[in-house]
Design a protein around this ligand. Structure first.
Ligand SMILES: C[S@@+](CC[C@H](N)C(=O)[O-])C[C@H]1O[C@@H](n2cnc3c(N)ncnc32)[C@H](O)[C@@H]1O
Length: 296
């Protein structure tokens, strides 16, 4: 009897969804990879803790896949750099779902923690993902590395800590990336600068109430940083979209910034960027990071 002895859904006799259905697996997707990333247990069951990560990565893939399709349509071999790669969930899933079948193009994972880089190198070798490369260095160092390709098509940074997202943007600009897909993480630098000039700003403008309390300083610092990043990208010739990565229940750091190169450098964005930095007393400390030279 069909479905006999199986768990049912909603009081009907419909069979419980299979692991493949629950994880929305694509045909040919590597179960070995999902086990190695601990998304599946060794006996093939779903590890609910890791599932959250997979959900984020799948969601990102929805945005990255059309970019890759566009970039590889004419036989081009796309190059993607993933900064602050961690265990390289994103890189591995991208390779498995797209680069593997494409048969060309490479992914570079950049990560400062040596054990994670070694583990990723071993896993890529075990799975035969030969066009995945892992570099044990900071984002900023990777931009200076002579052995790196001169151009990259896509730059990703998923929860790369603090200013690593800014370094990823600098990398993308240097490598003339066609697209950048960024999910910023915690951000402390702007909040620290705001803190330093708080008393002065409170005397100068009632708007400084927005960052009087330490919690607000931190939150505004994060918000402001992402606004500055978007303006910087627009001023550098990118069209920017800001959206949610996944529902807030899945991650507190949920802002997804997608920038696509159009070549149209928005002067108004550069002007606003400078004005905001000046208004918040951040021009000197942070101007150079966002393309505003000192004394400009
Ligand atoms: C929160 S984890 C995210 C890892 C991965 N992207 C993910 O979403 O699963 C951030 C990673 O960035 C790495 N990292 C932090 N600053 C970095 C930098 N400047 N350059 C390269 N990696 C960095 C950390 O070691 C850490 O593994």
């Amino acid at each position: 009897m069909k479905g006999a002895g199986r768990t049912t859904r909603g009081g009907t006799n419909a069979p419980a969804p299979s692991v493949a259905e629950q994880l929305e697996l694509r045909p040919g997707q590597s179960l070995e990879l999902l086990k190695a990333l601990h998304i599946l247990t060794r006996d093939g069951r779903i590890n609910q803790d890791s599932r959250r990560k997979l959900k984020q990565v799948y969601h990102l893939f929805q945005f990255i896949e059309p970019l890759l399709q566009e970039l590889s349509a004419d036989g081009h071999a796309p190059l993607l750099a993933d900064h602050g790669a961690g265990k390289s969930y994103l890189g591995f899933i991208l390779y498995d779902l797209y680069f593997r079948a494409l048969g060309r193009g490479s992914i570079y994972g950049i990560e400062t923690r040596a054990p994670l880089v070694e583990a990723s190198q071993e896993l890529a070798a075990a799975l035969g993902f030969e066009r995945m490369h892992f570099l044990n260095m900071s984002v900023a160092e990777s931009a200076q590395l002579a052995a790196m390709p001169e151009r990259f098509d896509i730059v990703t940074a998923l929860h790369a800590c603090d200013t690593a997202t800014d370094d990823a943007i600098a990398f993308g600009l240097q490598k003339r990336a066609r697209a950048m897909v960024l999910v910023p993480c915690c951000q402390a630098e702007v909040a620290a600068c705001l803190r330093q000039t708080k008393a002065l700003q409170l005397a100068r403008t009632p708007l400084a109430e927005l960052w009087r309390h330490p919690l607000h300083t931190r939150e505004l610092g994060s918000q402001l940083t992402n606004v500055l990043r978007c303006l910087y990208l627009e001023a550098s010739g990118y069209q920017v979209t800001v959206t949610e990565l996944v529902g807030w229940e899945h991650s507190m750091k949920n802002e997804l910034i997608i920038a696509r190169y159009t070549g149209q450098k928005k002067r108004s964005a550069a002007e606003r960027l400078r004005a905001i930095l000046a208004e918040f007393g951040l021009l000197e400390a942070l101007g150079p990071r966002f393309g505003v030279p000192q004394g400009a």
